[in-house]
Write a protein that binds this ligand. Structure first.
Ligand code: GLU
Length: 468
C-alpha cells in the first residue's frame, strides 16, 4: 500500500515553527517510505483565510525544501486542493448523513445551548448536547425552517460506546461516546462546514494513510473516526506529536521566541539549519548523527523515535545547526545565501576563494558582508582590541612587516618567516599585529587565505599607515 501523508494548513497566518515541524514530519515519513506527501489548503473559514497566506505557506514549504508530490502548484490558488473549492463534496456527505438519520438539523440557539451547559455544570455533569433536536419529526423541522430559523447540522453519536484507536505516537486511546455527545458538523451561518469534518472527509477521499499533527487535535480524532465510519470511508492512522514549548515551558508563541518561517529566512537562517533543528524537536536521531540532508533525515526518520513529552525550543540549538549547515553546504548553495546580505562588490574571479576563505567564520549573511567589506573596500575601522595590538607592536614592526610583504609579494607563509627573523618576534606577538593592521580585527579566517583576497596594494596601504 502506498503511504500518503499530508500537510493541511489553514491559511490564516504565517507559517511558524510548530506547523513547519508538522509539515516536516509528514514529509519525512512519506519520503522514507517512497510515498506521497500531499498538500491541502484548509481555507474553509472565509473570514480568516487569505490567498496571500496560502501563497506564502507554499513558498515557505518550498524554501524549506519540503516538496509535495500532490497538491496545488505554486502560484495557482485555485483547484481541488483548496477546501473552499470543495463545497459540493462536503454537501454530498451532509446529505448522505441526513438521509440516513446519522445527522440532524439542530435549531437550538446559542443562548439555549449556553443555558443548558450551565445547568449541566451546576448539577456536576460534563456539558454536552442535551439532545433537544435529536428526534424532531419532519413536520417539526419543516415548520421551523418555514419560520426562517437556520439550523446547524449535528452528528448523531450512539450512546454507551467506546471509541478506540491506536495513536502512532501515544499508543491506544479510548474515548467514551457519552462524553462526546452529538456534535456540530455544519454551522448555521452560511452553512460553513466544521473544520474537522472536511478535514476527515478529505483525508479519506485523498487516500491519506498517515496523519501526523499536533496533540491539540487529539480530541478531534474520535469525532473524525465516527464521521468516517458513518460514511463508509477509510480512517487514516493518526499520530499526535508533542507540542513545542518556549524556554519558559509555555506553548511556543511570539512572546517566548517563536518566529515565522518567513521571518527566520529574512533574518538569515538557512533552511537546512531550520530543518535539521526541527527534525530533532520531538524526534531523536542517533547520537552520532550530525548535520544531515533532507534525504538522510528522511531515511533515519522513524515513528518509534517520536517523543510524547513537549519539545523545548532553544535558539542556541538552532544556531548550532546553522554553524553546521555553513560548514556542510557547497559553495554555490552558500553563495546564494551569503549574497542576500552582501552589498560590497566582490570580484567575480575571487568569489570562490572568498566563500572558501570565510565560511568557517560566518553564521549569518551579515557576517559575510563584514568580511567582504574588510577585503574589498579600502577603508577599514580597527576594533578597540586591534588598535591596542597595533600600538603595542610599534612602527618598527610595521616597517619590517611592509618590507617582508614587498619582498615576498604577499605570500603569507614566506612573509611570516621573514618577519620572524627581522623582528625577532614569534607567536601571538608576531601574528596578532599583522592581523589587526590588515583586517582591523583580532580574530577571523586564516590570514593565508585573506591576504590574496585583499590584494597586495590594499595590504601595503594598511601596513604603511602604521609605519607613518
Ligand atoms: N487545518 C488544520 C490546522 O491547521 C489541520 C489540522 C490537521 O492537521 O488535521 O490546524
Amino acid at each position: 500500500m502506498e503511504i500518503i501523508t499530508r500537510f493541511a494548513p489553514s491559511p490564516t497566518g504565517l507559517m511558524h515553527l510548530g506547523n513547519a515541524r508538522t509539515a516536516l514530519f509528514n514529509a519525512l515519513f512519506a519520503y522514507h517510505h517512497q510515498g506521497t506527501f500531499l498538500l491541502r489548503v484548509e481555507d474553509t473559514d472565509p473570514e480568516r483565510s487569505t490567498p496571500e497566506y496560502a501563497h506564502q505557506l507554499m513558498e515557505d514549504l518550498q524554501w524549506l525544501g519540503l516538496a509535495w508530490q500532490t497538491g496545488p502548484t505554486l502560484g495557482n490558488l485555485e483547484g481541488e486542493y483548496f477546501q473552499s473549492h470543495r463545497q459540493t463534496v462536503y454537501h454530498q456527505y451532509y446529505q448522505k448523513l441526513e438521509a440516513e438519520s446519522l445527522a440532524y438539523p439542530c435549531f437550538c440557539s446559542p443562548q439555549e445551548l449556553a443555558l443548558s451547559r450551565k445547568l449541566q455544570r451546576a448539577s456536576g455533569q460534563a456539558p454536552r448536547y442535551a439532545g433537544t433536536c435529536a428526534h424532531l419529526s419532519s413536520s417539526e423541522i419543516e415548520n421551523k425552517l418555514a419560520q426562517g430559523l437556520k439550523p446547524t447540522l449535528r452528528f448523531r453519536v450512539q450512546r454507551d460506546q467506546e471509541i478506540i484507536f491506536q495513536d502512532l505516537v501515544r499508543g491506544q486511546q479510548r474515548f467514551a461516546s457519552n462524553d462526546i455527545g452529538d456534535f456540530i458538523i455544519r454551522r448555521a451561518d452560511n452553512n460553513t462546514p466544521a473544520f474537522f469534518f472536511c478535514n476527515a472527509i478529505d483525508d479519506a477521499l485523498m487516500g491519506v494513510t498517515h496523519v501526523f499533527r499536533g496533540e491539540d487535535h487529539l480530541t478531534n480524532t474520535p469525532r473524525q473516526q465516527l464521521i468516517l465510519e458513518a460514511v463508509n470511508l477509510t480512517v487514516p492512522q493518526y499520530g499526535h506529536i508533542s507540542m513545542i514549548v518556549g524556554d519558559d515551558g509555555t506553548p511556543l508563541s511570539k512572546r517566548n521566541g517563536s518566529q515565522s518561517i518567513d521571518d527566520l529566512r529574512k533574518m538569515g537562517w538557512l533552511a537546512e539549519s531550520v530543518v535539521n533543528y526541527l527534525a530533532r524537536l520531538g524526534h531523536t536521531y542517533l547520537e552520532d548523527a550530525g548535520f544531515q540532508s533532507l534525504t538522510e533525515l528522511s531515511s533515519h526518520f522513524s515513528v518509534e523515535r517520536l517523543g510524547k513529552s513537549p519539545a523545548r525550543f532553544d535558539v542556541q540549538q538552532l544556531k548550532h545547526w546553522q554553524q553546521n549547515a555553513v560548514t556542510h553546504l557547497d559553495n554555490d548553495r552558500l553563495w546564494n545565501w551569503m549574497q542576500t546580505g552582501i552589498q560590497t562588490a566582490i570580484p567575480e574571479n575571487l568569489r570562490e576563494a572568498f566563500i572558501t576563505g570565510v565560511r568557517a567564520n560566518v553564521t549569518y549573511p551579515q557576517e559575510a558582508e563584514q568580511w567582504a567589506n574588510i577585503l574589498f573596500t579600502d577603508d577599514i575601522n580597527l576594533s578597540k582590541e586591534a588598535q591596542q595590538v597595533v600600538q603595542t607592536a610599534g612602527n618598527e614592526f610595521f616597517q619590517q612587516a611592509l618590507a617582508a610583504l614587498m619582498e615576498t609579494q604577499g605570500d603569507y607563509s614566506s612573509l611570516v618567516k621573514q618577519l620572524k627573523n627581522t623582528s625577532g618576534k614569534k607567536g601571538k606577538a608576531l601574528f596578532m599585529p599583522l592581523r589587526a593592521a590588515l583586517t582591523g580585527e583580532t580574530h577571523g579566517p586564516e590570514m593565508a587565505s585573506l591576504l590574496p583576497l585583499m590584494g597586495l596594494e590594499r595590504a601595503k596601504k594598511r601596513l604603511q599607515k602604521w609605519v607613518d
